[in-house]
Design a protein around this ligand. Structure first.
Ligand SMILES: *Cc1c(COP(=O)(O)O)cnc(C)c1O
Length: 403
């Protein structure tokens, strides 16, 4: 597609930006046709040396998903029919009773909460987030509160924290709507997934797990439903590499049906603001199919090679030590960590990141809250060959920073 830069910008109400914002020559980023749209907008793309961070636009679509979305964009369909057909397809692929494509994992959390609070009752659905007279308490283990619990609170629930399985069982009463578990806290949780699931089953209260960033391993697509969670939420734009504004809610058929009633296309619903379109629904369905069919071992091996290359390129530099690491939970893939002796190199993590960001091509490292003298690099969202560029740039910055 082509349009005049000036008319495009004026159509957006934007002033044309200076043409020479960054060098033209030798720039990998500037060279690729797919980024022309960003250049026209004056937004500078980067090599993703971070990972699947929503604020960094998370992941890139595969050509197959892009094609599926483009095809979806060409015909009119009933959104409900499409949701039901795709939900059925995804559910059968991952061995769940039901599934619904949402506008992100956060939207899946809102839909799940609205489903259990409203129970699918029409009057209750249109009243939310007014939860007077309804079950409106969500119990979660201490340490599982997080930024995204806003997505639960948007439904008008009160959050109760408990410190042990015994406390959890005692806290359940007639107002309890949901037991919630944040998977990336599993390793330091005072209550295990198993304990939470069994407390829910014993009391007849639904359970929900947020596993947004927990693919890979691919087994997780089925593991949590098998473990007994009634509802499981994933991000579609992270490891699944579906559309960035997509997510997946899996689980009990009655709750999935109720979830669907609490969102788009139903106008009078609390999650109507998290609309999901035909392109995303089809795109995520395709992404799930591709994810299940892909050779995960070969992909892992490719990530290992990228990490090894980066480590070998910087390890010989004076005062530098580098290592491979795999986060214990969430984003569980090989990463590179570059550390240095601050007595020997005059460089802070922020300076290092800034230099990568300002250079050509722009590189964005992992936004990890780590020490001053350590920079982490995620390789799994890189495009082929990116790791070589990143390794060179890191080596160059480290080499010219002696104290
Ligand atoms: C990324 C993330 C979310 C939000 O996912 P979106 O798909 O961006 O809505 C929710 N919970 C956790 C744990 C996450 O990492």
């Amino acid at each position: 597609m082509r349009w005049s830069r000036r008319s495009f910008l004026s159509g957006l109400g934007l002033a044309p930006l200076s043409a020479a914002r960054w060098p033209e020559s030798g720039a990998r980023v500037a060279e690729t046709a797919r980024e022309n749209i960003y250049r026209e907008l004056g937004v500078r793309p980067f090599i993703n040396a971070a990972g699947t961070y929503t604020a960094l636009s998370a992941s890139l679509l595969s050509p197959e998903v892009t094609r599926a979305m483009a095809e979806a964009a060409k015909s009119y369909v009933s959104i409900l029919e499409l949701q039901q057909a795709c939900g059925k397809r995804i559910a059968s692929l991952v061995g769940a009773e039901g599934a619904v494509v949402t506008a992100g994992c956060a939207a899946a959390l809102t839909l799940a909460t609205a489903a259990v609070v409203s129970g699918g009752d029409e009057k209750a659905i249109s009243r939310l987030p007014d939860t007077g007279g309804l079950r409106n308490e969500v119990i979660l283990p201490k340490g599982h509160r997080f930024e995204y619990d806003h997505a639960l609170r948007a439904v008008g629930v009160r959050i109760i924290e408990v410190s042990s399985a015994r406390e959890l069982r005692a806290a359940i009463h007639e107002k309890t709507a949901l037991l919630f578990f944040l998977n990336h806290r599993a390793n330091e949780s005072p209550i295990s997934r198993k304990e939470l699931v069994s407390a829910g089953k014993a009391a007849g209260v639904p359970t929900l797990i947020d596993a947004a960033a927990d693919l890979p391993p691919v087994e997780n697509l089925t593991a949590f439903t098998r473990m007994g969670f009634d509802l499981v939420a994933f991000s579609g734009g992270k490891g699944l590499r579906g559309p960035q504004c997509s997510g997946l809610l899996l689980g009990r058929k009655d709750l999935i049906d109720a979830a669907l009633l609490n969102g788009s296309p139903h106008p009078d619903s609390v999650a109507r603001i998290a609309k999901v379109g035909k392109e995303e629904i089809v795109g995520l369905t395709k992404a799930v199919e591709l994810y299940l069919a892909k050779d995960h071992e070969a992909e892992w091996q490719e990530w290992e090679e990228r990490v090894s290359h980066i480590l070998s390129r910087v390890s010989g530099i004076d005062g530098v030590h580098a290592e491979r690491f795999v986060p214990e939970i969430a984003n569980q893939v090989p990463h590179a960590a570059i550390g240095w002796d601050s007595a020997r190199l005059r460089l802070t993590r922020d300076q290092f990141a800034q230099e990568l960001r300002e250079g050509e091509p722009r590189i964005e490292p992992r936004p990890s809250p780590s020490e001053e003298a350590r920079l982490e690099i995620g390789v799994w969202m890189m495009e082929p060959g990116d790791h070589v560029i990143v390794a060179e740039r890191c080596a160059e910055i480290l080499k010219r920073s002696p104290a």
